[in-house]
Write a protein that binds this ligand. Sequence first.
Ligand SMILES: C=Cc1c2[nH]c(c1C)Cc1[nH]c(c(CCC(=O)O)c1C)Cc1[nH]c(c(C)c1CCC(=O)O)Cc1[nH]c(c(C)c1C=C)C2
Ligand SMILES: C[C@H]1O[C@@H](n2cnc3c(N)ncnc32)[C@H](O)[C@@H]1O
Ligand code: SF4
Length: 455
Amino acid sequence: MLDFAKFTKYSRPGPRYTSYPTALEFSTDFAYDTYLEKLKGQDKKRPLSLYFHLPFCRNACYFCGCNVVFTSKEDKKIRYIDYLKREMDILSQHLDTSREVIQLHFGGGTPTFFSAEQLDEIITAIKSHFPNFAADAEVSCEIDPRHIDEAQMKVMSEAGFNRVSFGIQDFNEKVQVAVHRVQPYDITKNAMDLARKYNMVSVNVDLIYGLPHQTLETFMETLKLAVTLNPDRFAVFNYAHVPWLKKTMRKIDETTLPQPDEKLSIMQQTIDFMENNGYRMIGMDHFAKPEDELFKAIEKGELHRNFQGYTTKGGADLVGVGLTSIGEGVDYYAQNFKDMPSYEAAIDAGRLPFERGVTHSADDLIRQHVIMELMSNFKLDINRFETKFGVKFDEYFADALDELQPMVHEELLEIAPEKIECSPTGTLLIRNIAMAFDAYMKKHAGNKKTFSKTV
Ligand SMILES: C=Cc1c2[nH]c(c1C)Cc1[nH]c(c(CCC(=O)O)c1C)Cc1[nH]c(c(C)c1CCC(=O)O)Cc1[nH]c(c(C)c1C=C)C2
Ligand SMILES: C[C@H]1O[C@@H](n2cnc3c(N)ncnc32)[C@H](O)[C@@H]1O
Ligand code: SF4
């Protein structure tokens, strides 16, 4: 096994780059009226990708970094559905909702805390507001295997959902107890059987490494159990520990978290294990079978990274509906209010619940291209970059290239006149490599309470 001790120095706070600029740069300087103009000005030939945030959960998993509202009250859910419908009503005044929809994603929270009837009601409302779904649209939902029944899976399948993603996180009991998420294997297996019975085209499962009490040995046991479920894709996320942002993370005893060298070896062994079991790595944290359409996208240079992970469907404008949802256009990101009272008040006033965002400068777009290419493909085609932006790469990024020299010496990446390419070990440190191209890093450098650690 590789000696990872020498790389533990790279364990430092850094973004996960689901966006560039990152969410830390979103601000209320991006005014509501500017947002409306952006929506109105969109190229109507570009398709839409819709994200719906369904934020409710009953109990907190202590590791959870998602935007969640903990409740078991039925009236809160009914009320939320009403606001979603009204948000779509307002959206249709500002956006051409007859545009083709090529993606719809339900994220959470736990979308399946809504009953089969409620899910049906939400989907019906979406289709009446957005009538033009592509025949091959990707329609997906995040599912907690502890909260899914056949009626819900049936409703989703009949409504055209063709992808599901199950949260597993870890199968080890001691780990499950420490993170307050006890989920026996049989429950996950039943959920998987339901997805297959209803012919989901693609089933993803989520795991997390870096959780309390995990060791290389326990995580390999989790992987062995997980492959018996035969999912089409795996996400294996690095635990983002940000207790200053998420109160429930304070219930995790930090002395029980695996150390950076152990985490690096877990990731390395995960990659080996996946490759020996018929999966290949796709970008950071993701694995799929070699016949997966994502690999064809890589060959064509068409793999895209967005807030939901990796996708073949680029070239769409992303519209986020619901609490905290994020939208993305060619030159902006826009995020809805994160607290329910403000979200509701905006809609009550007949306005979109938009709170903040960021518009992209020419420099942002250049850096975004480089960072997203590295995060998706672990390499950058410099000729393509120069043709696209009309700037000389080595002149524009002289500082970044200097900063990366120590990593070049450690054989984490290669920098040639026509390309940058990560080595297999370099892929484990891709966030650190991407950070060299991030113009906002210096601003956050002294502040430890920003991002989670890269390792
Ligand atoms: C694996 C999927 C995750 C998504 N978000 C998180 C995970 C684990 C959690 C997370 N996201 C951010 C942080 C803090 C900073 C960092 O470590 O990079 C954490 C712990 C950054 C972030 N990502 C999004 C936003 C809005 C932020 C800033 C934090 C905040 O203000 O809420 C966007 C975003 N990421 C994910 C989703 C579903 C999402 C928005 C729709 C995935
Ligand atoms: C949507 C997916 O995000 C992952 N997830 C949720 N919270 C965190 C976190 N703090 N760090 C890493 N991954 C997380 C889980 O695997 C979940 O299933
Ligand atoms: S991980 Fe999923 S089930 Fe657990 S609290 Fe977060 S959103 Fe809810």
